[in-house]
Write a protein that binds this ligand. Structure first.
Ligand code: UD1
Ligand code: UDP
Length: 362
């Protein structure tokens, strides 16, 4: 079985690392990595290839920093060219970025089977670029790998039982990755010493969603809320380059600790030892849960609704008051994190086995 994996953005490197590890452990599978170039800074891209088990990309498309249409269009064109040469059995895509949609669309038009990891997630907010990308990708995928029952239910509600595709609930490959790198982080990471923090005395926060960064009112409210929280507990923010550029250009005053984006081993360590997570990231909401931390999600909706219904997470939008109230609420909430909402840590193996069965007609 030959798979072309299309990745381009930070969360995809992490997810692909888990699946690549499974591929290496199973015989008869060849994987070729295409890096679209969507993320390109050393600490947004190279660091993950250096420290994780992702094969070196055979193709580096170097497409980034463009409008959505231009970025997706140029990726589509370049991916199509390399698929003509590679003739894989599958194109594998992850999540909901522009790289995801470009990879899936290029493959489907060439009648190459598309496998979508993290299928079926919905925020029900069509203003999010990610919602558009994931709906379109799901619709043209042949194999839809769902991390949760909620994701399966979303697809069923949209009539996917009537479409020609297979839906498989696998658990979440990010859980596979978090388990593996959690152990490594314990042995290797020096980030807590470097930042002079210890267990429970800081909050880990990230901000990068377009709806928060590109709306100055939203961004200012989030920054003011984090400034307030920082006065009671130190807030550490590994800052995404998108947010960094805007904070600098708009001169938004912040009081919390900003650091460069960190590699996954350090990120896992920061998550494992923080007091709480405050974020608008998708992946980090789940990592908070994996490491037994409550989470405040600075968005109106989350795709990971089971975290909210089970009390691990609260959505506040970008309202300064709601974020501060959310922090105060979550600071005293005692949760039992032994529920296994995201599978058993072997989702990646199930994915590759399902793909082999699909090809052999089983
Ligand atoms: C993208 C995804 C988002 C995902 C995020 C993960 C889309 C539509 N969005 O958002 O779903 O959550 O990745 O982090 O695909 N930049 C740099 N250096 C980098 C990467 C980005 O300077 O290494 C700058 C770009 O030049 C651009 C901005 O950050 O100005 C946004 O980058 P882009 O890849 O378009 O979107 P993200 O916000 O990273
Ligand atoms: N992450 C990281 N270093 C950082 C910030 C985030 O390794 O400095 C990880 C984070 O733990 C998560 C992944 O990057 O697993 C994806 O997060 P991001 O917020 O970029 O994307 P999203 O999940 O929102 O699409």
């Amino acid at each position: 079985m030959k798979i072309v994996t299309v990745v381009g953005a930070r969360p995809q490197f992490i997810k692909a690392s888990a699946v690549s590890r499974a591929i290496k452990a199973i015989s008869g599978v060849e994987e070729i990595i295409v890096h679209t170039g969507q993320h390109f800074d050393k600490n947004m891209s190279d660091v993950f290839f250096d420290e994780m088990d992702i094969p070196k990309p055979k193709y580096n498309l170097e497409i980034n920093s463009l409008s959505h249409g231009a970025m997706t269009g140029r990726m589509l064109e370049e991916i199509e060219k390399l698929l003509v040469a590679e003739k894989p059995d599958f194109v594998m895509v992850y999540g909901d970025t522009n790289s995801t949609l470009a990879g899936a669309l290029a493959a489907k038009k060439m009648h190459i089977k598309v496998a979508h990891v993290e299928a079926g997630l919905r925020s029900f907010n069509m203003r999010m670029p990610e919602e558009i990308n994931r709906i379109l990708t799901d619709r043209i995928s042949d194999l839809l790998f769902c991390p949760t029952q909620t994701a399966v239910d979303n697809l069923k509600q949209e009539g996917y039982d009537n479409f020609q595709c297979d839906i498989v609930r696998t658990g979440d490959v990010m859980y596979d990755a978090a388990l593996f790198y959690g152990e490594k982080a314990e042995l290797q990471s020096k980030i807590l010493e470097e930042l002079d923090v210890s267990g429970g005395d800081y909050i880990l926060a990230t901000i990068h969603r377009q709806e928060n960064t590109d709306d100055l009112n939203n961004l200012s409210q989030i920054v003011r809320a984090l400034n307030t929280v920082n006065r009671s507990k130190r807030v550490i923010v590994p800052l995404h380059p998108r947010t960094k550029k805007i904070l600098e250009h708009q001169s938004v005053p912040f009081e919390f600790t900003v650091i460069e984006p960190v590699g996954y081993v350090d990120m896992v360590q920061l998550t494992a030892y923080c007091f709480m997570v405050m974020t608008d990231s998708g992946g980090l909401q789940k990592e908070a849960y994996f490491f037994g931390k409550n989470c405040v999600t600075m968005r109106e909706q989350t795709e990971w609704t089971e975290l909210v219904t089970n009390g691990y997470n609260i959505t506040t939008g970008a309202s300064e008051q709601k974020i501060i109230a959310g922090f105060e609420d979550m600071a005293i909430r005692k949760n039992d994190f032994s529920t296994q909402l995201y599978g058993d840590g072997k989702a990646s193996f199930q994915i590759i086995n399902s793909m082999q069965n699909f090809l052999s007609g089983n």
